[in-house]
Design a protein around this ligand. Sequence first.
Ligand SMILES: Cc1cc2nc3c(=O)[nH]c(=O)nc-3n(C[C@H](O)[C@H](O)[C@H](O)COP(=O)(O)OP(=O)(O)OC[C@H]3O[C@@H](n4cnc5c(N)ncnc54)[C@H](O)[C@@H]3O)c2cc1C
Length: 409
Amino acid sequence: MASVVIIGGGAAGMFAAGTALRKGFDVTVIDKNEKPARKVMITGKGRCNLTNNCSDIDELIKNVASNPRFMYSAFSSFMPADTMALFESLGVKLKTERGNRVFPVSDKAADIVDALKKYASGAKYVVGQVEKFEYNEGRINAVVLKDGRIFRADSYILATGGASYSRTGSSGDGYKLARSIGHDVTRIKPSLVPLIIREGFCPLLQGLSLKNVTLSLYENGKSKPVYTELGEMLFTHFGVSGPLVLSASAHIKDFDKNSYKIVIDLKPALSVEQLDKRLCRDFSENSNKDFANSLNALLPKKLIPVIVSLSGIDATLKVNQITKAQRLALVKLLKNLTLTVADFQDIEQAVITSGGISVKQINPKTMGSKLYKNLYFAGEVIDVDAYTGGFNLQIAFSTSFAAANSLEV
Ligand SMILES: Cc1cc2nc3c(=O)[nH]c(=O)nc-3n(C[C@H](O)[C@H](O)[C@H](O)COP(=O)(O)OP(=O)(O)OC[C@H]3O[C@@H](n4cnc5c(N)ncnc54)[C@H](O)[C@@H]3O)c2cc1C
């Protein structure tokens, strides 16, 4: 019976294990953790958005931020509908929410982990940290663990994940392992990550969550945004976070070469004219009040002192003394609250790692190494990452499926 050693028992590793078992392989999964798929437990805020219910391959590809074309073949062979059918066959009832996001009906990521364990039952699960490969002449001969144990197989799948949330076990080991045998690894950076903001007012807004705002991300002061979306965001002590911000971060390429600004439209449902009319109404109802006390109906309490200060209008000025120019400038501010992005938050806080093992040395049909005949890659360790919506786990499943179906027999 042909054998395979899978390095990493996360989403990709466990999925590859189950698929290889069904192809008749003797499967060994090696993971640092006593329990497999620890990162899956924290996905989707503990609910696990396991895929995106989208049947159009071009739509899938559009949601891959790095090296989308590389994913074409793997996605075509294993689509979201296949992921859903498989998990349902393993007893997990699924539901589709806004944006085609698929979750277990139970809202429990643990159910997805249990299903992965069920799928991979029959594989040997070894707890240990793989430290190096033994190799020669285009073949991997063995993996050596930190404690000295050696495991040999006919094929090997490297599925060690990215470099974020290292307490889950994914601490970037796969990059070192791949580099040590001559594979190129592209620059690693965080993606789907909170952003550090230069403006000093962010800490004053810490904890403030804004719903139904439009966030646009601009690169190098260009007039067309690289990202714009309506949704929810959050202010933190260091800057900004929340769904809109995480998604925007995936569009930031390089802080060394580019500069980035975030522009928040606090009132996207109102045009400039409509917002001006609304302000006129609020001002006429509060005409004898101080300016600082006139915005309660329009803005969350925490935001008012910041907007007042940014407007340049004296907080104690009576509303009936505000000029038209001042009012129009306030409208502009409310439609364009601008933040300068200083940096990504630490990679440790990132949902996904962008960068990884270069796709140039991986066959996109088989996920096989172009340098070693019996080595394959799966999941986040590869230089492919996607936007939010279940696409990253779908990448883990589709690449694992391709790898497990291409192993040497
Ligand atoms: C907070 C958070 C929320 C997320 N939510 C979603 C979501 O809702 N939907 C979605 O699609 N994606 C989500 N993701 C992304 C998704 O979790 C990953 O893309 C996915 O887990 C990648 O699978 P993987 O198997 O490649 O890596 P991982 O799941 O990270 O698994 C890698 C495994 O390799 C093991 N390992 C590493 N090095 C070694 C070594 N040297 N020896 C042995 N074992 C090793 C680790 O212990 C780990 O178990 C989320 C990520 C985070 C951090």
